[in-house]
Design a protein. Structure first.
Length: 123
């Protein structure tokens, strides 16, 4: 089955994404990996008028050491976490858990998400 017609936009930054979301509510949906939303659209269980594709927002994909915790952006791919030496050293359990997510294509396309800032204790 194919999804109902929709518009697709790729904002350049968070501010543009938020503006699109506000201006097109309640018919807009955010698209990250699409592993849940796209099948729902194909079965027409979800019929957004606008998809706001977050994949073009580079500011949401990062891993950084903030001293007392690691900060991992919501659009950081699982494969990036798996290959990060910083994660391997600072949060070895997170690194190991990430290697167990699905298979390589899933980790290459899937996002860490959940929360934009995941913390570990230094030590």
């Amino acid at each position: 089955m194919k999804p109902a017609p929709f518009e697709h936009r790729v904002p350049a930054d968070v501010a543009e994404a938020l503006t699109l979301l506000r201006d097109h509510a309640p018919d807009a949906r955010l698209l990250a990996g699409g592993q849940s939303l796209v099948p729902m659209m194909n079965f027409r269980l979800s019929r957004p008028g606008l998809l706001i594709d977050l994949n073009g927002i580079a500011d949401l994909a990062y891993i950084s050491d903030r001293g007392d915790h690691l900060a991992i952006g919501a659009m950081t791919r699982e494969r990036t976490i798996e290959n990060s030496e910083l994660v391997r050293q600072a949060a070895p359990l997170l690194h190991e858990a990430t290697t167990q997510i699905g298979h390589l294509p899933i980790r290459s396309g899937g996002f860490f998400s959940g929360r934009a800032d995941h913390r570990h204790r230094a030590g």
